[in-house]
Design a protein around this ligand. Structure first.
Ligand SMILES: [Zn+2]
Length: 290
């Protein structure tokens, strides 16, 4: 039996309660363990994000499902956890559904809107039957999305309504946000666009991608305008890298058994925990597990 849940209930509660649930992307066992332990400690719901690239890196989606399910049981994680495909292709979405993911993102934002609608509709039907949550994307989110660099466009609110009305669980819309580090000349989020999207889509939980480096006041304002899920990826990577670099630069890998991977990777894992904690506090999801 899997303890994984769909993201629907946690996001409906978040939208109604004016807070957001974090999606933290995973890359390996250390990442997954750090995020789950932090969520449990803070009694926060959490979404584990897996890109197609990360899925491949971890040997495939079945390996990911097996690892996460094993951890939920053996760490006795009782807070709601969704295992979510991030920026999935149509084929990737089907593979993750078959492998046992509890939540899917189908990113048809680069397709003509008619094709995005048609493929999203097909997945809505499948996900409804299986009780999985489904995220759709309208308008490309800037930065690097699996090798494609976008500028951070704003989605058309009418297209957002069209896709929201198909019955998806949550909707990602470009509002000037980008993946990765934000450039110095970034113009900020377009709250005008976000406001217009929420006006058309009502109760639909909105998703903010590219959460790394968006100032805290903008995050809070986005939550007040209907954002109920925020994706964090790069920030955990940078925290891990910085802590690991420090460990080696201080020569700790050369002292005693400092070469042991359980010691070598520990500072990075602690840094991920600290980043996840900071985000959960900022998003307001602490203590919202029930
Ligand atoms: Zn994204």
């Amino acid at each position: 039996m899997s303890r994984l849940v769909s993201a629907k209930e946690m996001l409906t509660k978040a939208k109604a309660g004016k807070y957001a649930v974090g999606q933290f992307n995973i890359n390996n066992l250390e990442w997954t363990k750090a995020i789950l332990q932090t969520a449990q400690e803070l009694q926060s719901p959490v979404i584990l994000g897996v890109s197609e690239g990360a899925g491949k890196y971890m040997c495939g989606y079945r390996t990911v499902v097996g690892m996460v399910n094993g951890m939920l049981e053996e760490l006795d994680i009782t807070v709601p956890v969704a295992l979510h495909l991030d920026h999935g292709s149509f084929e990737g979405a089907k593979a993750c559904i078959n492998a046992g993911f509890s939540s899917i993102m189908f990113d048809g934002s680069s397709l003509p809107i008619e094709e995005n609608v048609q493929k999203t509709t097909e997945l809505v039907n499948t996900c409804n039957i299986l009780g999985l949550s489904l995220e759709a994307e309208v308008g490309s989110i800037g930065g690097e999305e699996d090798g494609v660099i976008g500028a951070g466009e704003c989605a058309d609110p009418d297209e957002c309504k069209k896709v929201a009305d198909l019955g998806v669980t949550m909707l990602a819309a470009g509002i000037g946000n980008i993946h990765g580090k934000y450039p110095a000349n970034w113009k900020g989020l377009s709250f005008e666009t976000l406001d217009a999207i929420q006006a058309k889509t009502g109760d639909m939980p909105l998703v903010l991608h590219g959460g790394t480096g968006i100032p805290a006041d903008m995050i809070k304002k986005a939550i007040s305008l209907g954002v109920a899920k925020i994706n964090v990826n790069t920030e955990c990577q940078l925290a891990f890298q910085e802590a690991t670099r420090k460990y080696i630069e201080e020569g700790k890998d050369l002292e005693g058994k400092g070469f042991d991977p359980r010691k070598l990777l520990a500072p990075g894992a602690e840094a991920i925990k600290a980043t996840v904690k900071e985000k959960m506090e900022l998003f307001g999801s602490v203590g919202k597990a029930n």
